[in-house]
Design a protein around this ligand. Structure first.
Ligand code: KG4
Ligand code: ZN
Length: 368
């Protein structure tokens, strides 16, 4: 008998503790924007994860075209869901429930995913959860880091959202602590990137060029951090002033016939946005006595933000959990994981006639 199995016998509690793979099998389906995605989760264990993106089809328009994205979802739904089940060695009869993003997102895109998921649920006789996509970005971290502590705070940053959430119980108790009053962080990066001539989505280009530039070259404002506005909105964000300041600076250089130092512009923008996001998120953790900060959404791939948060978390003694990039961007695993949380918490499934909600409030975890 080895040392390890001996100690397991001495401590029978270990045998009865929940393992990540204990729990219901959930098929998660995502179609809020330009990714058609499906995944299978058992408990907190990821069994498969399939993503098809229509991003390339939008690039020449400089942004996501809802009609094109909806059509792409209609094309990809069956292949993506079939592959997610096949990769997990399952068919629909092995699944305990289906979860699908019901909002927030583009209405036509949501309609495709929700209609497909409802048809599957109805024909296979399975319960269905219409879940909140943004809260899915919080839930997905459990696949990498394990359970969420009760005092969790979450910073969700994407092309459409910049929000601070207080998550006491991911299935039943999520509150909005702050959000952007205008542009989301990703939207701000995409708009500046367009001005600099980068293709859509421009966020990753700003990131890469910013790594080689001087972050102090331009004085970029830090929205809602100072004076009365800062005091009135301690946990809200504003990025439209940031975008305008950078645009004016670039246009003035061009008007004078001067070169635009692209790396410096990117570095200064990235520094301003990463500083504001990390400072406000850590301040909110202190205010709400949270020792865990979850970070999610496509923009959390940003290297300047990841570094600023890791450093601020170390200084403040806060456990900052930023998942690997594939779990930051939109995927089916986030939907399946939240479905698993809902089912395990005993939350009733959604009625089969639940609607989509393109502006689904962030304190609503699922549709009734
Ligand atoms: O969550 P997401 O995949 O889709 C939604 O908007 O819901 O986020 C996409 C956003 C885009 O604005 C994109 O430019 C931005 O995330 N993004 C980044 C990086 N990677 C993606 N922004 C800055 N740095 C990055 N490395
Ligand atoms: Zn998202």
């Amino acid at each position: 008998m080895t040392q390890q199995s001996q100690s397991q016998m001495d401590a029978p509690m270990v045998e009865t503790e929940a393992k990540p793979g204990d729990g219901p099998v959930i098929l998660g389906i995502e179609s809020t924007c330009d990714e058609t995605a499906a995944a299978v989760v058992r408990g907190k264990q990821l069994l498969s994860n399939v993503v098809a993106s229509s991003m390339d089809e939008h690039a020449r328009y400089g942004g996501v075209i809802p009609e094109i994205a909806s059509r792409a979802h209609a094309e990809s739904f069956v292949p993506v869901v079939s592959k997610a089940l096949a990769d997990a060695n399952m068919d629909i009869s092995d699944v305990d429930a289906i979860a699908v993003s019901a909002g927030p997102g583009l209405a036509g895109c949501l309609a495709v995913g929700v209609s497909g998921a409802k048809s599957l649920a109805w024909s296979a006789g399975k319960p269905i959860y219409g879940i909140n996509h943004v809260i899915g970005h919080v839930g997905v971290t459990q696949l990498q880091f394990g359970d969420l502590p009760e005092d969790t705070l979450a910073l969700i940053v994407s092309g459409g959202h910049t929000s601070l959430l207080r998550v006491r119980n991911i299935a039943t108790d999520v509150q909005v602590v702050g959000s952007t009053l205008d542009d989301a962080a990703g939207e701000c990066f995409d708009k500046v990137a367009r001005l600099l001539g980068f293709p859509y989505p421009g966020g990753p280009y700003i990131d890469r060029h910013g790594q080689q530039g001087d972050p102090t070259a331009l004085k970029v404002p830090m929205g809602l951090t100072q004076g009365r506005a800062g005091a009135e909105h301690p946990y809200d964000f504003s990025f439209s002033g940031v975008k305008t300041a950078v645009a004016r600076w670039v246009e003035a250089r061009r008007a004078q016939g001067l070169d635009v130092p692209v790396d410096d512009v990117c570095a200064s923008l990235a520094h301003s946005v990463a500083t504001v996001l990390s400072r406000k998120a850590i301040d909110a953790c202190k205010r709400f006595d949270s020792h865990t900060l979850i970070v999610g959404g496509g923009f959390s791939a940003n290297s300047q933000l990841r570094e600023a948060l890791a450093q601020a978390g170390r200084t403040a003694g806060i456990d900052v959990r930023i998942p690997r990039i594939a779990l930051c961007t939109d995927n089916g695993a986030m939907v399946a994981m939240l479905g698993s949380n809902l089912m395990q918490a005993g939350v009733a499934p959604s009625a089969l006639d639940f609607p989509i909600d393109s502006a689904m409030p962030l304190n609503r975890v699922s549709m009734s």
